[in-house]
Write a protein that binds this ligand. Structure first.
Ligand code: AVJ
Length: 329
């Protein structure tokens, strides 16, 4: 039984390997504006640090989204209907989906997809025992590149992609649209997406959310350098970089950087990377939307926005999208 389970799980492991990791890091650090892909923030420690950010009051996304979900989940599951195949992109610790799973009408299967392997397989196992009637099929993958979806045992009524937490905020506008197009194809005809979308708001509130008083946001970013030191044989000095996050109103995004505090040379395996004093590595963006801006993008990607739920302050939205085209081969 146990061995069978492990073999099954392992066949859905598309986690990026070291060579790919190294290539992406080097190409990012060779750009005029140095950058590192934010997906690599989520190693075991990084996932823990992000979870900590998610408990902070200043970081309003998790508690605002959860409150909307608690209020609207009955209405949401009515719209989703029975016997859905629920696919979650970036499932993390699989906590958010529990509200949905507790109300969904006889879902056929749940497919959590995440790049953070240990956390994924651990929490998938927990869900499996908490929902005995539900087939849980975890997939370890960088979902911005190719991977295969497992096929559940029972036939499903429709495929619903769950993409909470405003992870869509990480993508630049053109990749964001392409990503939604791909999801529309995964959903297929009669498919739907339930997505959390963070909204434009007072920049002071945004600034606080990404520059918390405990330094959790900074620790989360610095951990990436620690990971590079360990996994790619680098020699980043963590105290020579400082976290700097700010809202760029023209682009409608928070930009998160690590700024070099002095001129220095960093070794990345057998390559050296020079830093000027004040030069930054751009690690993450977090785009904020107006409802009409997001709708435009969703429509361009092949979705119709059927329903939008927000909190009283209109800080965050949960949106129910349905596909308008069948799968385009
Ligand atoms: C996971 C992309 C939604 O942008 O708010 C939070 C990531 N980074 N604090 C966000 C994040 C630093 C988060 N998303």
């Amino acid at each position: 039984m146990k061995t069978d389970e492990i073999r099954h799980v392992a066949s859905y492991d598309f986690r990026p390997r070291r060579e790919r990791f190294r290539a992406e890091v080097l190409s990012g650090l060779r750009k005029p504006q140095k950058e590192l892909p934010s997906k690599y923030l989520y190693d075991e420690k990084g996932s823990r640090l992000f979870k900590h950010i998610c408990t902070l009051d200043e970081y309003y996304i998790p508690h605002t989204e959860a409150a909307i979900m608690d209020t609207c989940v009955v209405e949401i599951v009515e719209l989703l209907g029975p016997h859905v195949l629920l696919v979650e992109y970036g499932s993390g610790d699989c906590k958010k989906v529990r509200t949905l799973l507790a109300h969904l009408h006889d879902p056929v299967a749940y497919v959590p997809i995440d790049i953070s392997r240990e956390q994924l397989f651990h929490t998938a196992k927990e869900l499996d025992s908490d929902y005995p009637g539900l087939e849980v099929l975890p997939v370890c993958a960088d979902y911005t590149s190719g991977f295969e979806l497992p096929v559940p045992k029972r036939p499903c009524q429709r495929t619903v992609v769950y993409f909470p937490g405003s992870t869509i905020s990480n993508f630049d506008p053109i990749p964001a649209k392409h990503f939604l197009e791909r999801i529309a194809r995964v959903c297929g005809l009669n498919g739907a997406m339930l997505i959390g979308v963070d909204l434009k708001k007072d920049p002071v509130v945004l600034h606080r959310a990404y520059n918390d008083s405990q330094g959790a946001a900074a620790a989360f970013k610095l951990n990436l350098l620690e990971r590079l030191n360990r996994e790619l044989d680098c020699d980043f000095k963590l105290d020579c970089f400082e976290h700097y996050a700010f809202y760029n109103p023209r682009e409608g995004r928070i930009e998160m950087h690590l700024v070099s505090l002095r001129e220095q040379i960093v070794r990345v395996g057998d390559v050296t990377v020079p830093f000027a004093k004040g030069e930054s590595i751009w690690i993450e963006s977090s785009y904020k939307f107006n409802l009409d801006e997001f709708e435009q993008m969703a429509v361009a990607a092949g979705f119709k926005v059927e329903e939008v739920w927000t909190d009283k302050r209109q800080w965050f939205s949960i949106q129910y999208l349905v596909t308008t085209e069948g799968p385009t081969s």
